[in-house]
Design a binder for this molecule. Structure first.
Ligand SMILES: C[S@@+](CC[C@H](N)C(=O)[O-])C[C@H]1O[C@@H](n2cnc3c(N)ncnc32)[C@H](O)[C@@H]1O
Length: 249
């Protein structure tokens, strides 16, 4: 078993702000409880099923947080080579503990979505769940360009995030489904007023829906055949599964 955490941040990136998984750093210990209550496990399993990772393939999970999607990849395909990427050191430590408990190999890299830890043309898969809405528009475009750089020709990007044709980018909160923990999580995750007052709110990043913008984002970056391949209604809203392929030449 080999679980390690690497810090690939440059000195300038050490102060770079980001929006943490549950909106506030102190909510992190509750993230996995909320995620499970809101149907997160099914979402991760569906994303993995759609990605179709094969033995020996290399996968980077962008915005991996506490490692749920990375670990779902490894549960389905133990022979995959998986790296989780996230700026949140505390979340990465939780991911590492979970990986050790499960006895799987996992590399965790502290860094940002616009610098995927992989050489050019090297990855078979880039996957990401519930993370792109934590990036601003420039950050999401930079992510898409870097995913294209890092994937091999024919490599596949699979993204699960809020949005899709029926979502309302401005009114997502008013239409949030469900109740109880899921609803609380939805608010914590997305638009609670105190999140807006937080440091993150004064940074260039803010939690957001992005409608069907992920498809346009991937197409603009140069991916082939960007499309919504499935969707799910979670307690905190509609989640679209979007997939695209790096052109062969
Ligand atoms: C809602 S959590 C999702 C975590 C995990 N993917 C899951 O499905 O449970 C969003 C994650 O995005 C991360 N994040 C925020 N800004 C980021 C950035 N610029 N680059 C990469 N990840 C980022 C947060 O630290 C957080 O862990």
């Amino acid at each position: 078993m080999n679980v390690r955490i690497l810090d690939q941040r440059t000195p300038e990136e050490r102060d770079r702000p980001f929006l943490p998984g549950a909106g506030k750093t102190w909510l992190l210990p509750f993230y996995d409880v909320f995620s499970r209550a809101a149907g997160g496990r099914a979402l991760h399993e569906r994303a993995v099923e759609l990605a179709g990772v094969e033995p020996g393939q290399s996968v980077v999970d962008v915005g991996c947080g506490t490692g749920n999607l990375s670990l779902a990849v490894l549960a389905a395909q133990p022979a995959a080579r998986v790296t989780g990427l996230d700026p949140d050191a505390d979340a990465l430590r939780r991911a590492a503990r979970k990986a050790r408990r499960r006895g799987v190999d996992l590399t965790l890299t502290q860094g940002y979505a616009d610098r995927i830890p992989a050489q050019d043309d090297s990855l078979d898969h880039v996957v990401s769940s519930l993370a792109l809405h934590h990036l601003d528009d420039d950050g999401r475009s930079a992510f898409a360009r870097d995913a294209l750089r890092a994937l091999r020709p024919g490599g596949v990007v699979t993204i699960a995030d809020f949005g899709g044709p029926s979502s309302d980018a401005e009114d997502g909160d008013h239409h949030a489904h469900g109740h109880g923990h899921g609803r609380v999580f939805a608010h914590a995750l997305r638009h609670l007023p105190w999140i807006k007052r937080s440091r993150a709110a004064h940074s260039p990043v803010m939690s957001r829906d992005h409608g069907d913008g992920v498809i346009a984002l991937l197409a603009e970056a140069g991916f082939d055949d960007a499309r919504e391949v499935a969707h799910a209604e979670l307690r905190f809203g509609r989640v679209a599964f979007v997939q695209a392929t790096r052109p062969l030449n």
